[in-house]
Design a protein around this ligand. Sequence first.
Ligand SMILES: Nc1ncnc2c1ncn2[C@@H]1O[C@H](COP(=O)(O)OP(=O)(O)OP(=O)(O)O)[C@@H](O)[C@H]1O
Length: 282
Amino acid sequence: MLKVQKKHAEKEYGESQTKEKTLDNSKMNQPEINSLLDLRNLSVYYGNHQAVKNVSMPIEKNKVTAFIGPSGCGKSTLLRTINRMNDQIPIAHYDGEINYDGVNILNQDIDVVALRKEVGMVFQEPNPFPKPIRKNITHALKFMGMNKLNMNEIVETSLQQAALWDEIKDRLDDSALSLSGGQQQRLCIARALALQPNVLLLDEPTSALDPISSAKVEDLVMELKQHYTIAIVTHNMEQAARISDNTAFLYNGDLIEFGNTSDLFTNPKEKRTEDYISGKFS
Ligand SMILES: Nc1ncnc2c1ncn2[C@@H]1O[C@H](COP(=O)(O)OP(=O)(O)OP(=O)(O)O)[C@@H](O)[C@H]1O
């Protein structure tokens, strides 16, 4: 629950509905899903252009949900809407709801800074601050007003969670830019984890990495889902099949198919899904 929104949620939905909900997911041919986020009739526009069209789907708690589909189909737009990053684009606007633990996070009175603390994001290109490794973590905490915490402990814990501690524990005061691309990306994940989010949004986090670094980030994602709810955009079908539990296939802004990843990849219900995953178009 977004702390700043608790009162709002209680007023709008009633206390009983602010607890976790189990979706009736029969229309998606899925067993019951324990969703943390629930997208309902979500449409996103850039000016007059509709990039995401009336999408409804759950994002399951402590699972990895992959967004796949051809270039320009709206994957990143959908992901960025979940922590309101699109608010930074003046022509972007949206309709519909994203319910997060009983709160519609698209409400205008949501505290987006608090939201982004709970719903962290990691981008395609590793983007550490040009500062020492340690400061990449502490700077994020101070920026979020969390400067009373035990910084050394959080630095160590978040780097351990990001499977980076053993590699860099003796060089915490070196510049983050001295790390390899794969290490920089894991540092960016550690930086997001330091804020103790519930959800991690990963926008093609391995597309700029070599195969070995990509494999480390994939292993990390599999590990992290024990504690976090993860949504990932990927162009890599093998990656989606390897690491995700649920997959959403988007085409031209429409959600064509959503379901359990192994079912969707082995027995797609829609012809367009089958054509896409079998490489007939990209
Ligand atoms: N800042 C923006 N301003 C205007 N239009 C945008 C903006 N960002 C994205 N779009 C448009 O929205 C549509 C969806 O783009 P989006 O980046 O979400 O797709 P994508 O599936 O993530 O693509 P890719 O796989 O190539 O990254 C595209 O038509 C794109 O041109």
